[in-house]
Design a binder for this molecule. Structure first.
Ligand code: COA
Length: 145
């Protein structure tokens, strides 16, 4: 099992298959995809789970998280999300958020994400914005203590 950066086109294929197979393939593309960092979890050569990270200064949003239907519930998504949260923190992000499908809020809570008051519906699905804050690394004066 390996987690690595992937091209947006690889993410598109899996996104479409998992999230919106009933829509045309272009539906899952984001205007911002060019600016995102796309991550994939591979089992052998097979791409199993994807997630895209968009960093804007000290804030980041992760979007389009999807695991192949037959592979869900085996911990792949959790491993991928954990890795991406760590990468975001290491990149200096202080607040990360996502638009979670409401019924998935319990899943994201396991990763320290908390629901906000912001809720909305899109494409017939209900969402809640969830967020997590990272504490900036403590500044030191180089003399220990
Ligand atoms: C959301 C999604 C990406 C999660 O990916 P995943 O690979 O299934 O994630 P995991 O397997 O790590 O976790 C899924 C569940 O299985 C549980 N699980 C993890 N490892 C497990 C294991 N070894 N045995 C049994 N259960 C396990 C997790 O605790 C989690 O439970 P919960 O949903 O009740 O909180 C996936 O469900 C998906 O693609 N859904 C459709 C698209 C979607 O809704 N995307 C996200 C929108 S917010």
């Amino acid at each position: 099992m390996e987690i690595r950066r992937i091209h947006k086109e690889e993410a598109w294929k899996l996104r479409h298959e998992v999230m919106w197979p009933e829509r045309e393939p272009d539906y899952i593309k984001l205007a911002d995809d060019e600016l995102g960092v796309h991550y994939g979890l591979f089992r052998g050569e097979q791409l199993v789970s994807v997630l895209s990270l968009f960093i804007t200064g000290k804030e980041a949003q992760f979007r389009k998280f999807a695991t192949l239907e037959l592979e869900q519930g085996q911990g792949y998504g959790s491993k991928l999300l954990q890795t991406v949260l760590k990468e975001a923190e290491q990149a200096g992000v202080e607040r990360i958020y996502c638009n979670a499908r409401t019924y998935k809020a319990g899943f994201y809570k396991k990763f320290g994400m908390k629901p906000t008051e912001q809720v909305f519906s899109k494409g017939g699905k209900d969402y809640v914005v969830m967020e997590r804050f990272f504490t900036p690394a403590a500044e030191t004066d180089g003399e220990g203590a």
